[in-house]
Design a protein around this ligand. Structure first.
Ligand code: OGA
Ligand code: MN
Length: 295
């Protein structure tokens, strides 16, 4: 069956209907999803009862190599024994709800800041695929913001001023804004990366702002000037008209393009209710020729 796209927001985001992502030999389906990502930047695919292995395999079929250097990997070993599968949950190694003072909880709370995945690494993340396994009985949504539309609607003078700027992204910076402290060893592993502030998406030619809570220094600018510019751009880019809010159901898979969206978790009673999702992120490197074709 041909998957169809149903728009969920005036600017971006669609729901894909009629797709079974476990089908392993479905080139046409992969091409449709890649084309859908180019157009919508966020795709919601419901009722996908994926195992860990199926989620990992689908991400690789869709977009190639996987990210394994997530921020949390500098802090502790992965609960699933595979650094490509990021544990987005409020559950400890032992499977219990994390306590208020748990260090990993403090670390995860920073997902409530607007960000893009792995922008503090080189290469950064391209697509993230987040799959819902356990969803609380209260709203525990994720918000997404469209950085292409936010770029398009900047005044021309600002576009000219920011063209070509390079920005340092550091997860130590974004966590420190919430009072989270890293050891020297962890800091050594998380030195950060330099990224362009304006990106051009290769397949569509559209331009996009590349922002994140990790972005903290504009190269060649005095620190406060850079911080203020990044703050103003983030405020602009996360106005309600650019934002979509996803309410999770078990077995939802949401795919977003980190090059042209930001996202954040929204607060819920995380000390009371379990919430378990798993994320796989692909590397933003040149696609292999087999993946680049079609579309
Ligand atoms: C992520 C993330 C937000 C959420 O998985 O990268 O930021 O709502 N998740 O869990
Ligand atoms: Mn994230």
């Amino acid at each position: 069956m041909e998957p169809t796209f149903r728009s969920l927001h005036p600017l971006f985001v669609a729901e894909v209907e009629g797709a079974d992502l476990r089908q392993t030999n479905a080139q046409a389906l992969l091409d449709r999803i890649r084309a859908g990502m180019d157009r919508y930047a966020v795709l919601v695919i419901r009722d996908q009862p994926l195992t860990d292995a199926e989620q990992l395999a689908f991400a690789q079929r869709l977009d190639g190599a996987l990210h394994t250097k997530t921020g949390i990997s500098a802090l502790q070993k992965n609960r699933f024994g595979n650094e490509a599968l990021t544990d987005i949950s409020n559950v400890s190694e032992q499977g219990e709800l994390m306590q208020a003072e748990d260090r990993r909880r403090a670390y995860s709370l920073a997902n409530r800041l607007w960000h893009t995945d792995a922008s503090f690494q080189d290469p950064p993340g391209r697509y993230s695929l987040l799959h819902a396994r356990v969803v609380p009985p209260v709203a525990a949504d994720t918000e997404f913001a469209d950085m292409r539309s936010a770029y398009d609607e900047l005044p021309g003078g600002i576009k000219a001023r920011i063209e070509g700027l390079q920005v340092h992204h550091s997860i130590a910076y974004s966590r420190q804004t919430l009072g989270f402290e890293f050891s020297d060893d962890e800091k050594e592993k998380l030195k950060g990366a330099v990224q362009p502030l304006v990106r051009t998406l290769p397949r569509t030619g559209r331009k996009s702002l590349y922002l994140a809570s990790h972005a903290h220094r504009v190269l060649g600018w005095p620190v406060p000037d850079g911080r203020l510019l990044l703050r103003d751009l983030s405020e602009h880019a996360t106005q309600p008209r650019y934002v979509y809010r996803h309410t999770w159901r078990v077995s939802d898979l949401v795919i977003w393009d980190n090059r042209c969206t930001m996202h954040r978790a929204t607060p819920f009673e995380d000390l009371t209710y379990r919430r378990e999702l798993r994320r796989v992120t692909t590397l933003d490197i040149e696609p292999t020729p087999a993946l680049a074709g079609g579309g």
